[in-house]
Design a protein around this ligand. Structure first.
Ligand code: PLP
Length: 396
């Protein structure tokens, strides 16, 4: 019999190390450094970042003013709870109001996109006392309880989340929305400015305007999820601003902190705040506000939204050189390039051989392009050459 050494509590003494809970399929690439739109891996290989780590990097990796502001804030005060005065939160709200043109809204700060949507849905339900939500086919709103329930992906909805009552409708059918709203039990309609992971579909201006009108008529809250499409990515500060509407609640995250976890909700004046209604430990920390302020300062100083529009126009022209492209979906630097075949092997070739990061979507025929908002036209040229070469090589 083989003796296994034991510890004092009689457990076998095995040399184990803690593993990561294996939920992410990983590319075999280890980035260690990044600057603007370039990522360098541990072997010194440089990649062009056309995906911003799921649309998070807005002002470019390691932007010097951003880094300096965060370092300085960390030297002074990184965190204290939401029980003291924090002038950085006030500064962030003022700058955000001014740059987005949404001064009349108030800001509640949290730490992620799901948390922003969770709070938005909760706020709606507190406000009108109702609980059913209308969401749209192919939507993605996050993985917390209410946020995942309004996400159209059964695989990530656990039984505990399934108790929320949600009705999924197709985009751009106002009659169906009205039929549901008429039943009187709908607390909120939640919609992405432009769908992200779903595959870059979006409502028409007429649809968004109809939603605004119907929500007001039937006392439901219109929540615009701008977690991915906000912060200039669509060519306006918020994607809904292409449609001339004013939602009741706007949710933010991703580009807001350029990689620092910060999210928020903008709340229209029709809602009344009361102490304790919403809350979080980490949301609005000094360090996260420093990140949020630095991002807004750089967006403004470098006129990044103008750059988004310039590069978008350039991209639309340049992509015409690639006849295999069936369609370009989305707006600004939130784009989906559609083919008539599944793009898995193409995306892999682009990253492994051409050293370009792009993204995937639920729509398997779509390559997602979400570069930092600082991207230059030359990078688009690089992408087009790589795309043409890759398509030719895959055909050969
Ligand atoms: N909403 C949208 C539109 C998103 O794209 C995402 C994330 O991809 C979320 C919400 C959830 O954000 P987070 O992953 O920060 O919780």
């Amino acid at each position: 019999m083989k003796l296994i050494p034991t510890t004092s509590n009689n457990q076998p003494k095995t040399k184990k190390k803690m593993n990561l809970f294996d939920v992410y399929p990983l590319y075999d690439i280890t980035p260690v450094k990044a600057l603007d739109c370039t990522i360098t891996d541990k072997n010194g290989v440089e990649y062009l970042d056309l995906y911003s780590g799921h649309g998070v990097i807005s002002i470019g990796h390691t932007q010097p003013d951003y880094v300096a502001k965060l370092k300085n804030q960390l030297d002074n005060l990184g965190f204290y709870s939401n029980a003291i005065q924090n002038p950085l939160q006030v500064e962030l709200a003022e700058k955000l109001g001014k740059l987005s043109g949404c001064e009349e809204y108030s800001l509640f700060l949290c730490s992620s996109g799901a948390e922003a949507n969770e709070n938005a849905l909760k706020l709606a339900s507190f406000h009108n006392g109702k609980s059913r939500v209308i969401a749209f086919d192919n939507s993605f709103h996050g993985r917390t309880s209410a946020a995942v329930a309004v996400t159209d992906n059964k695989k990530i909805v656990a039984p505990i989340n399934a108790q929320q009552v949600v009705t999924f409708l197709p985009l751009n059918n106002l009659d169906l929305v009205e039929t549901e709203l008429k039943k009187g039990d709908v607390t909120a309609v939640i919609i992405e400015g432009i769908q992200g992971v779903g595959g870059l579909d979006e409502g028409t201006a007429e649809f968004f305007q109809g939603l605004e009108k119907l929500c007001a008529q039937y006392e439901a809250v219109l929540i615009l999820d701008e977690v991915q499409s906000g912060y200039g990515r669509s060519g306006k500060f918020f994607a809904f601003q292409h449609h001339n509407i004013k939602p009741d609640v706007i949710t933010l995250a991703k580009g807001m902190g350029n990689g620092f976890p910060i999210g928020g909700i903008l709340i229209s004046p029709k809602f009344t705040a009361s102490h304790g209604l919403l809350g979080t430990t980490f949301g609005g920390s000094h360090l996260s506000c420093a990140a949020g302020i630095a991002v807004l300062d750089v967006i403004e100083k470098q006129k990044l939204i103008d750059n988004v529009n310039d590069v978008y126009a350039y991209f639309l022209e340049a992509i015409k050189q690639v006849p295999e492209v069936v369609k370009v979906k989305g707006k600004g630097l939130m784009l989906g390039v559609e083919f008539d075949f599944e793009v898995g092997p193409l995306r892999k070739k682009l990253i492994v051989e051409k050293l370009i990061f792009t993204g995937s979507a639920n729509n398997k025929k779509l390559l997602r392009i979400l570069p930092p908002l600082t991207i230059k036209k030359e990078a688009i040229d690089t992408f087009i050459v790589a795309l043409k070469e890759s398509l030719a090589e895959l055909k050969a």
